[in-house]
Write a protein that binds this ligand. Structure first.
Ligand code: PEP
Ligand code: CO
Length: 450
């Protein structure tokens, strides 16, 4: 018999990676306040995303999940959001045009604040201070006072998510995303690069296609499919109190939805089958993701599918593999085979970032674009060998001209990293590297189809 579930049924279980909030009363007050505030997304939207992901699971569409490693309270501006959206739209258009299938676009945006950490403490001088856990919890400055978890930050994260989502909705529904503006999505710093020129050539082809459609009498101005896009939101559901406070019962179906984002995922460090995160997410109606690292066995993955998607609803579950470029083919194939044989409908997405992080000779945490591409290539080869659909990618990027990841057409090297290393957590691809990656992914998937 299925165990009963409620938004607080995770309370009795071990919840990894939770901040040590200094004052239970303050935490309680912040969570009650969030609980009284409006939902950020609606159940119907989460269901639309789930049915779009169902198409990905069936091999008829592709998932692009992209955005910050960690959103920042300090770098929060309309500019920042628009630049990130521009790059994501550029990538989506490259993938749609090159693959010839719909692209389901999901941002790591409007709520991606909380970070799991490998070490709960960080050594500064000769003292240990709590690790930085994202702006939703504490401040990154390296002092004990700054690192003290502050529940007021939960409320601030809610409000920043609401403003971000409002802007995303305005940009994607209000004309900015019209396909007749594809040229205008390119930022100046990308325009002159080889991938920028490649993008402009593709944009010209799209413009020609639109002109052709107009010449045939098709009204391209007023067709919503051409001037609006759906950009859904997602984040790692890490701080369970926050997620619970935003979990609401849908008046239409009576089902529970976590209304903090359209899609939530479970991180590599919190995916214990008997843990609080799996318990919480199994009961909400949203589409759910789970990171799958190199230690995951076929037995684990099958149990996870059974716990998170017992009804086998296509689009409900996305497995996001993050194996590292050297491991991916060998580690992934047995998992693909087991899930396929079990008949569970899942979306397989590739996170080519988190298994390929290393420290540069100059002491910066970084990733190399070549390793990112190599992991996606291995992911595609594994799917080809197992006759399954390489359903999507999950990447950390920013629209800005940062220098955080190595490689790309400008061949960023260790020495360049100090120029504009701005991330509050992991190194992100910059705009040029992201557009470059979209073209390379499209080539890899197309060669797999031939
Ligand atoms: C992340 O996606 O930022 C992350 C921490 O990933 P993982 O859980 O796969 O390590
Ligand atoms: Co990250």
């Amino acid at each position: 018999m299925a165990r009963t579930w409620s938004p607080d049924s995770w309370h009795g279980l071990v919840a990894e990676q939770q901040p040590a909030w200094p004052d239970a009363g303050d935490l309680d007050r912040a969570l009650k306040q969030i609980g009284s505030l409006p939902p950020l997304v609606f159940a119907g939207e989460a269901r639309s995303l789930q049915s779009a992901l169902g198409q990905v699971a069936a091999g008829n569409a592709f998932l692009l999940q992209a955005g910050d490693c960690a959103e920042s309270f300090e770098e929060f501006s309309a500019n920042n959001i628009r630049e990130k959206l521009r790059v994501i739209l550029q990538m989506a258009v490259v993938l749609t045009y090159s693959l010839g299938v719909p692209v389901v676009t999901v941002g790591r945006m409007a709520g991606q604040f909380a970070k799991p950490r490998s070490q709960p403490f960080e050594r500064v001088g000769d003292t240990d201070i709590p690790s930085f856990r994202g702006h939703i919890v504490n401040d990154p400055s390296p002092t004990d006072a700054a690192r003290r978890p502050d529940p007021e930050r939960l409320v601030q994260a809610y409000h920043q998510s609401a403003s971000t989502l409002n802007l995303l909705r305005a940009f994607t529904k209000g004309g900015f995303a019209h396909l007749n503006r594809v040229h205008a999505w390119t930022q100046e710093f990308i325009e002159s690069s080889p991938e920028g020129q490649r993008y402009q050539a593709l944009a010209t082809e799209i413009e020609n296609a639109l002109a052709f459609m107009r010449a045939c009498g098709i009204d391209t101005e007023n067709n919503p499919a051409l001037h609006q896009v759906d950009v859904f939101t997602s984040h790692e559901a890490l701080i369970l109190g926050y997620e619970e406070a935003l979990t609401r019962r849908d008046s239409l179906t009576g089902d529970w939805y976590d209304c903090s984002a359209h899609m939530l995922w479970i991180g590599e460090r919190t995916r214990q089958l008997d843990g609080a995160h799996v318990e919480f997410l199994r009961g909400v109606g949203n589409p759910i993701g789970c990171k799958i690292g190199p230690a995951a066995t076929p037995e684990f993955v099958l149990e996870l599918c059974q716990m998170l998607n017992p009804a086998r609803i296509p689009g409900r579950l996305t497995l996001i593999s993050r194996m590292g470029a050297d491991n991916v083919e060998d580690k992934l194939r047995p998992l693909l085979r087991a899930v396929h044989d079990s008949g569970h409908p899942v979306v397989w997405a590739c996170d080519p970032m988190h298994g390929n992080t290393f420290t540069s000779t100059t002491g910066r945490k970084t990733r190399h674009l070549d390793h990112v591409v190599a992991e996606i290539a291995g992911f595609v080869r594994a799917h080809r060998a197992e006759h399954t659909w390489p359903g999507g990618i999950h990447v950390e990027l920013t629209g800005d001209d940062v220098t955080e990841c190595l490689g790309g057409s400008h061949a960023l090297s260790d020495e360049d990293l100090d120029d504009r290393y701005q991330t509050v957590c992991d190194p992100r691809l910059n705009g040029r590297q992201s557009v470059d990656l979209a073209f390379r992914v499209a080539e890899l998937i197309r060669s797999n189809l031939n």
